[in-house]
Design a protein around this ligand. Structure first.
Ligand SMILES: [Zn+2]
Length: 412
């Protein structure tokens, strides 16, 4: 005992009368968990009882509750050297978190993301329970599946496996790698390779890596799915679906049809000139360089060197936000409502097509670009980054139904 030290090593008969009396009159609570109780409830009760001293984590509890062949396999695979290399930085090993990760992979790979039901803990426990005494054949299959995927993740993502790349911001346009393991990325990187063989993945390793970097920085739906409520059914299924579709496309199509530029082109451009072609500043990390189509892919621009330029991922995202979310609604003959998006925030203003005056936030501005600059100051944005945003305001011409920029309207 750590308290009442004077009582250590004493027998009942050595104790004082008072203490003996206390023991005699104390009620000792016992909780019996029946064999036939539902498994998730057993796990839950065990978890709750286990709050007195050092609290065991989820994986340590599993180790007690679900002893069997499957757990033995997890503890063996936990020693896999390549896997160690990929996760060791987080020093998870001491508390069996590694085997929890491996279990998570097996559960998602076996039952598939389509059948996922939260919580992730119960979903994993179910796979453990269903296969508690796994036959040798199946153990071999599981083991090979794990090792293949770990090898491929190592070949494709290397030291940045299971890590997130975060793009820059207005103050510092350079993005960077996040050091923590991201379990959502672990899920898709590992499970993504289950269906493929080495010879399908290795020749396209660069494009696969670039494509994930692109998703992590440019695809809002994907970003949400690895960032917000990541164990929810919809978030989990969204990230799996997006990543599986991306992989399918890369593996299934010839490289020339793919929208993402190969790494060799990026490296070439980066070595010649490290400056961002949108903001003009230096790009400090090649992973932060996004190769952009000069003539957009959607307008028939090819994925070739002569149509390529490098930008910060942040700058490229800002650019695509500007062009994607704009919308204009006609009001009457002279005044139109214009909508534009600046960093996701929608601004509504009036534009008079006759005198080219913009009315925004109760004030009048003479030219579209001046209005844009002012509008941004109203929103608390930094003035010196204001040249890009609002000059792209578009409207739909009633006469020919085409999208035009307001600057063109002024020239008429
Ligand atoms: Zn830039």
């Amino acid at each position: 005992m750590k308290v009442l030290l004077e009582l250590n090593k004493k027998k009942y008969s050595d104790l004082s009368r008072d203490l003996q009396q206390k023991i005699n009159t104390t009620t000792l609570h016992t909780i019996i968990i029946k064999k036939e109780s539902p498994e998730d409830i057993k796990f839950e009760i065990f978890e709750r009882l286990n709050t007195g001293s050092v609290r065991l984590n989820e994986d340590e509890i599993r180790n007690v509750v679900y002893r069997g062949n499957y757990l033995k396999l997890l503890s063996e695979l936990e020693e896999d050297e390549t896997f160690h290399k990929l996760v060791s930085k987080d020093n998870y090993k001491k508390r069996m978190v590694y085997r929890g990760m491996i279990l998570r992979f097996f559960a998602l790979a076996e039952k598939t993301y389509l059948n996922y039901k939260p919580s992730i803990k119960q979903f994993c426990n179910k796979d453990l329970r269903d296969n508690r005494n796994m036959p040798a054949e199946k153990r071999k299959e599981y083991s090979q599946r794990f090792k293949k995927c770990v090898e491929l993740v190592n070949s494709v993502f290397g030291e940045y496996a299971f890590k997130r790349f975060v793009f820059g911001n207005e103050e510092n346009r350079n993005g960077k790698w996040n050091n923590n393991l991201n379990m959502s990325l672990f899920d898709i990187q590992m499970c993504g390779f289950v269906r493929y063989e080495k010879h399908q993945i290795i020749p396209k390793a660069d494009i696969i890596r670039e494509s994930l970097l692109h998703l992590m920085t440019q695809n809002a739906k994907f970003i949400d799915s690895i960032e917000i409520g990541t164990s929810d059914k919809s978030a989990l299924q969204t990230r799996f679906k997006i990543w599986f579709d991306t992989l399918e496309k890369i593996v299934g199509e010839p490289s020339s049809e793919i929208r993402i530029f190969p790494y060799s082109i990026k490296q070439h451009l980066y070595l010649i000139d490290k400056s961002c072609k949108i903001c003009g500043q230096q790009i400090s990390n090649i992973d932060d360089a996004e190769v952009d189509h000069i003539i957009p892919y959607s307008k028939g621009g090819e994925t070739i060197m002569s149509n390529a330029q490098i930008t910060h991922r942040f700058c490229n995202r800002q650019k695509s936000n500007q062009t994607a979310v704009m919308e204009i609604v006609f009001d009457n003959d002279d005044v139109i409502d214009i909508f534009a998006s600046y960093f996701g925030e929608t601004i509504k203003a009036k534009f008079n097509t006759k005198n080219h005056i913009i009315q925004y936030n109760g004030k009048i501005y003479e030219t579209p670009s001046a209005a844009g600059t002012k509008a941004k100051i109203h929103m608390g944005a930094h003035e010196d980054i204001s040249t890009n945003g609002w000059t792209f305001w578009k409207y739909t011409d009633k006469n020919d139904g085409k999208d035009k920029f307001i600057d063109e309207l002024r020239k008429k």
